[in-house]
Each structure stands twice: as structure tokens, then as C-alpha cells.
Design a protein around this ligand. Structure first.
Ligand SMILES: [Zn+2]
Length: 171
């Protein structure tokens, strides 16, 4: 179990930036008709938020409780236009993701390189082993040939002895 607190993400920074922006907008009196209108679930205060705030958590201007801005029916979060700030935050987030993926890729490449080295080493050893086996088989064959030569010689010697002793030839 780890007690490490969660690191703030680009998404958190994005939400924070949005919250500040929206809070500033809330300070103005005029309410554009595109705004999302809803009531604070804690104190009932009527709130109006720029549509880009949909789905984000803001603080109620009256009771300061955290409130999730509702997403209007039929709209997806992706439908909201991104400001340059949002885009640069998304870009930062994307870069962080790419950086993490690159680290992971480097680690995987290092691992693959080790596996390749291991495979080459294993194949080299297998080749060595094959060479050794071939030498061994050759040595065994030579030993068997020598043995049969010796047997033949022994038979010749035995036959010569039989002849010398005047015995009938061995069948
Ligand atoms: Zn409230």
C-alpha cells in the first residue's frame, strides 16, 4: 500500500483554469442566452455558466460548495469549442502522454535488445553444441571402427594360432 498523494494531472490544471475563468464570468451581471442555467444543489442559488463549463466542478458563488455543472441534453463534452488555453493544456497533456509512451517504448526496446542478445547467444551455444555433438559422433564412429578392426585382427590372430596348432578352423 502506498501513501503517496495523487499527483495533480493536466486534467486537474485544466479544471482549475476553467473554474477560475468561470468564476470570473460569474461576476458579470449579464447572462448570455447560451449559458447553462441550473440551481446549486446545496443552497438553491440560481447559477449560469458558460457552456464550456459543462461537466466541470465549480464552487457555488453563494455557498461556495463544489457543484458539478450539468451537461445540457443532447450535447457531448466534445461539442464545446476549446479555447487556445484549453488547447495548450490538452497539448501539454498529450505531450506528457507521448513522453510516458516514449519512456515505455525505450524500456521495451531495451528489453527486446536483451532478448535478441539472449537469442543470439542461445543460437551460438546451440551451434557450438552441434559442433561438439558432430565431433562426439565422429569420435564414436572412429572408436567403433577401431573396435571392429581390432575384432578382425583378433580373428586373424586366432585363425593363425589355430593353423599353427593344427586345429580345425573355427566355424
Ligand atoms: Zn450554493
Amino acid at each position: 500500500m502506498s501513501d503517496t498523494p495523487a499527483q495533480p494531472t493536466a486534467g486537474d490544471a485544466f479544471a482549475e483554469a476553467k473554474e477560475m475563468e468561470i468564476s470570473q464570468e460569474l461576476a458579470t451581471d449579464e447572462i448570455p442566452e447560451t449559458d447553462i442555467l441550473f440551481e446549486c444543489p446545496h443552497c438553491g442559488k440560481s447559477l449560469s455558466i458558460d457552456p464550456r463549463g459543462a461537466g466541470l466542478v465549480i464552487r457555488c458563488t453563494q455557498c461556495h460548495e463544489p457543484v458539478t455543472v450539468p451537461i445540457p441534453d443532447g450535447m457531448e463534452l466534445e461539442d464545446f469549442d476549446a479555447t487556445p488555453e484549453e488547447l495548450s493544456l490538452q497539448l501539454l497533456h498529450a505531450r506528457q502522454t507521448v513522453s510516458k509512451l516514449q519512456e515505455r517504448l525505450s524500456a521495451l526496446e531495451a528489453e527486446a535488445e536483451q532478448l535478441r542478445a539472449f537469442r543470439d547467444e542461445t543460437m551460438r551455444r546451440a551451434a557450438d553444441r552441434e559442433d561438439a555433438m558432430a565431433s562426439f559422433r565422429k569420435a564414436v564412429r572412429r572408436a567403433l571402427e577401431a573396435q571392429s578392426d581390432a575384432q578382425r585382427d583378433l580373428q586373424d590372430v586366432a585363425a593363425a594360432m589355430d593353423v599353427a596348432l593344427g586345429l580345425p578352423p573355427t566355424p
